[in-house]
Design a protein around this ligand. Structure first.
Ligand code: DAH
Length: 330
């Protein structure tokens, strides 16, 4: 008789083991044949042979089961070893990531306003006509609604063109006093040297009781902020227009490149425009149902701040992910 015990023990893979199993238990296997041949025996001889075969069957199937679990365990070990992660593999000089300069500047802005007791608010990137325009006193004939500037979606919805709708959402869901900033992504149909279709703004809003806040509070607060960001600069406020503020202004800082003498960056004016602001228009308060309040608001472009602070000449380079630029900000 063949040495099946030995063959099973010698198996090195599941496939080999299966081959031996078929040799023993298969349709034409040794045991199957041997059991069939019992028919030709009689009496005690038959009994004796049957007992022998039964014992052999039990031993061999036990051996096969045992071998099978050994081989399975070995397969698991091999797979685990192959997929193991060697944490010591990281090299000493592997490159650490870093915040993108736009995000780093955004964080610096947020940190300043948090230190001045402003709360952080957010809103959806997909806005409706009411929050993005109507409630902000932007009537349907206003040029900012032009198809040129706004990404329109279905059902009067838009990709928000500014962070100002967060003012509306915050006023609708909270009661005054309000002191908030809203940093976030905004979208416009614009693409050239100084415009990208997606960019970032930080919005600010302060609302208190009637006659409690004025333009001078706004000026004082923004001067502190701009000096924190740009260092020893002068700030001026130029009359401007925004539908959601009245009066409105744009804040300029003395040129950080030439100190105000005039250069190419400030177009020889000595000043750099950095943000829009104003006293909240009564129509905005009306739209959110606020009465007997006063407030101011401001909004700024984070990329503009980053370009000035880091002297990046082309806005588009902030979006290209070029490592030669990004590595300078690690
Ligand atoms: N929403 C304006 C824009 O995107 C920026 C702005 C200007 C926001 C004046 C304000 C503000 O809150 O008072 O151009």
């Amino acid at each position: 008789m063949q040495d099946f015990d030995g063959s099973i023990r010698a198996c090195k893979s599941m496939a080999e083991l299966e081959r031996v199993r078929v040799e023993v238990f298969g349709k034409k296997g040794f045991l199957t044949t041997a059991f069939a041949e019992l028919k030709s025996l009689e009496g005690d001889k038959k009994k004796e042979q049957a007992a022998k075969l039964n014992a052999l069957r039990d031993t061999l199937s036990e051996l096969i089961e045992e071998k099978k679990s050994q081989l399975e365990q070995a397969e698991i070990d091999v797979a685990m070893r192959a997929s193991a992660v060697d944490v010591s593999m990281f090299k000493q000089n592997s490159q650490a990531g870093a915040l993108h300069p736009v995000m780093a500047v955004m964080d610096k802005i947020i940190e300043y306003f948090i230190s001045q007791n402003f709360a952080l608010e957010t809103g959806p990137l997909i806005e409706d006509d009411f929050h993005n325009f109507e409630a902000l006193n932007l009537p349907s004939y206003h040029p900012a609604r032009d198809m040129q500037d706004t990404f329109y979606l279905k059902d009067f919805r838009v990709l928000r063109t500014h962070t100002s709708p967060v003012q509306i959402r915050t006023m609708l869901s909270q009661k005054p006093p309000i002191r908030m900033i809203a940093p976030g992504t905004v979208f416009r149909r614009d693409f050239d040297l100084t415009h990208t279709p997606m960019f970032h703004q930080v919005e600010g809003l302060v609302v208190q009781g009637a006659a409690e806040v004025s333009f001078s509070n706004l000026k004082h607060m923004l001067e502190g902020f701009l000096k924190h960001m740009f260092g020893d600069i002068r700030v001026r406020f130029r009359p401007s227009f925004f539908p959601f503020t009245e009066p409105s202004a744009e804040a300029d800082i003395s040129c950080i490149f030439c100190g105000g003498d005039g250069c190419r960056v400030c177009k020889h004016t000595g000043w750099l425009e950095v943000l829009g602001c104003g006293v909240v228009d009564p129509n905005v308060f009306k739209a959110v149902g606020y009465k007997d309040v006063s407030g101011y608001a401001f909004g700024l472009g984070v990329e503009r701040f980053a370009m000035l602070l880091h002297r990046v000449p082309d806005l588009r380079s902030l979006f290209e992910g070029d490592l030669r630029l990004l590595e300078q900000f690690r």
